[in-house]
Ligand binder design. Sequence first.
Ligand SMILES: C[C@H](O)[C@H](O)[C@H]1CNC2=NC(N)=NC(=O)C2=N1
Length: 96
Amino acid sequence: MADPLSPGRRDVLPSLLPAWSPVPGRDAIRREFRFRDFSEAFAFMTRVALLAEAGDHHPEWSNVWNRVEITLTTHDAGGLSERDLRMAAAIDALLA
Ligand SMILES: C[C@H](O)[C@H](O)[C@H]1CNC2=NC(N)=NC(=O)C2=N1
């Protein structure tokens, strides 16, 4: 069972993960990605899928051609947890 994110950590979210935005009406964060084409987008999704399996933490996501939208929240915690922050940072690192 994952613990909900502490208030202190919520406060630092914008500086910790500046590319991620809160999702209106949900305790979740989201980021949109745009790639050269579908192949690039799907390659990225494949790498995220491997991260998700390795960390047993899975995104809510969509893909339209070269665009990928990822939403992260922890279902077991009923909202954001440290697992989401770890996953978001790992996804950002794929782009570095
Ligand atoms: C049983 C399995 O460990 C759980 O269902 C994992 C799988 N992946 C998950 N992913 C996300 N985003 N939240 C969860 O609570 C979660 N739980």
